[in-house]
Design a protein around this ligand. Structure first.
Ligand code: ZN
Length: 427
């Protein structure tokens, strides 16, 4: 069964066959491919053929092959489904009061997480599952077809494992973040908590996780310093997980260098970077390797460098300074955009909102932001089957009620997602 989606006013493919190897002016993308004007593989007056859940053909509508079924998209823009490579969407409770307090003058220190940990430990499995499902549905309605979900609100063996079991029902991109913060009961025994995270908790969680993550931020008293974070990441790697890092959110710390040292797929936040941090990220991609040259999705490790993932909805919701995206792009560092959807520092599930912030607050171009929210997210998850619409990619598509991708930021806060396709069907 094949479906022809036609009368697409503007198609974003991120496909090198259509000049989609990364936005021009953003430095050399992995593989050092030649870039063209837009770098996101735009095709005007386009069509897409979907077959067996995959992209079978893309190009000008006038030369499209026949298909079993035809869908007329009436001039709308189509882009790859968003890849939200950083979220914390399985939790219980609510921190609206903390947010209101912060907005009226209290500084954000990250201490409010204990509220969510207590609520998550107390919640039933059904309650957690229902909340997670609802958030993933909310994301899908806003064009997100791939989402990564972290644990980290359990901080005990049973609740971390339960969180990841539920997350695994929602996505294959699950991340063990037992080392989110040091829970109150271990405040006087940090080493004991690291032993738990790298020992019994890891053993219980690894079967449900693809990634290990750590909040490496020595400036925050409940986060982890460099040695603690290294121990957590190395233990996760030994257990067969790929590495990711929360780093350099509140100050210039060791997170970025550590991420590069262990070959992490991504270091997330990157708000405070030294020149050496930027250079380390850029160097991690050298020698440059083409996207998709790495082994399959089951082997997160070889062949890729470390992506800088920016989470501007957090800076928005904590009224903090935004990361310097232009500095990273100028250095040739691949940048991903994600929501960091979580109940404390930023409770938005909306990738269109993140794209709008990336333009308004981080001076990314429309093409750069859309690439980072799709192909960039895929790179941060070391996936070559999503984030682009090349032949063979998963048929994950977002159809906008707009003529071009620029409208995502041009019309902020407006529900522009007309329909979403996942694996070649309307979910
Ligand atoms: Zn996070």
């Amino acid at each position: 069964m094949s479906v022809l989606l036609t009368n697409i006013g503007e198609l974003v493919t991120n496909d090198p066959a259509h000049g989609g190897s990364g936005p021009a002016g953003g430095g050399t993308m992995p593989g050092g491919r030649e870039t063209v004007a837009d770098g996101i593989g735009l095709v005007p007056d386009a069509a897409v053929v979907v077959e067996d859940g995959r992209i079978a053909w893309t190009g000008p509508a006038a030369s499209a092959p026949a298909a079993d079924d035809v869908v007329d998209l009436e001039g709308r823009c189509v882009l790859p489904g968003f890849v939200d490579s950083h979220s914390h969407t399985v939790f219980a409770g609510d921190r609206a009061a903390e947010f209101a307090a912060r907005m009226t003058g209290e500084p954000y220190t990250g201490g409010g997480i204990a509220t969510t940990v207590a609520a998550t430990r107390a919640a039933s499995e059904d309650e957690l599952r229902a909340r997670g499902r609802a958030l993933v549905r909310e994301m899908l309605a806003q064009g997100t077809t791939t989402v990564e979900i972290k644990s980290g609100y359990g901080q005990d063996v049973a609740t971390e494992a339960r969180t990841l079991r539920i997350a695994r029902e929602l996505t294959p991109e699950t991340t063990y973040l037992g080392a989110h913060t040091v829970p109150a009961e271990y405040a006087a025994d940090r080493a004991g908590y690291v032993d738990l995270v790298t020992g019994p908790m890891l053993a219980a969680c690894a079967p449900h996780a693809r990634w290990v993550d750590v909040f490496c931020e020595p400036a925050a008293p409940t986060a982890f310093d460099e040695d603690e974070a290294r121990a957590v990441l190395r233990a996760g790697l030994r257990a067969g997980l790929g590495a990711r890092v929360h780093g350099n959110q509140l100050s210039a710390g060791p997170g970025v260098q550590l991420a590069v040292e262990v070959g992490a797929a991504s270091v997330d936040h990157c708000t405070y970077l030294t020149d050496a941090d930027v250079a380390a990220l850029a160097d991690s991609w050298s020698p440059a390797r083409p996207l998709g040259s790495a082994p399959g999705a089951s082997a997160p490790g070889a062949g890729y460098g470390t992506v800088a993932t920016l989470l501007p909805a957090v800076e928005f919701s904590t009224r903090s300074s935004y990361p310097d995206a232009r500095r990273l792009l100028a250095a040739g560092v691949p940048v991903a955009l994600a929501t960091d959807c979580n109940p404390g520092s930023g409770y938005s599930s909306s990738m269109p909102f993140v794209v709008a912030l990336a333009l308004r607050e981080m001076r990314m171009s429309p093409a750069e932001a859309v690439w980072s929210a799709t192909a960039g997210g895929a790179l941060a998850l070391r996936r070559d089957d999503v984030g682009h619409l090349g032949v063979g990619a998963r048929a994950d598509l977002t159809v906008l009620d707009a003529p071009s991708h620029t409208y995502l930021a041009y019309r902020p806060g407006v529900p522009l997602v007309h329909q979403v396709w996942k694996d070649g069907a309307r979910p």
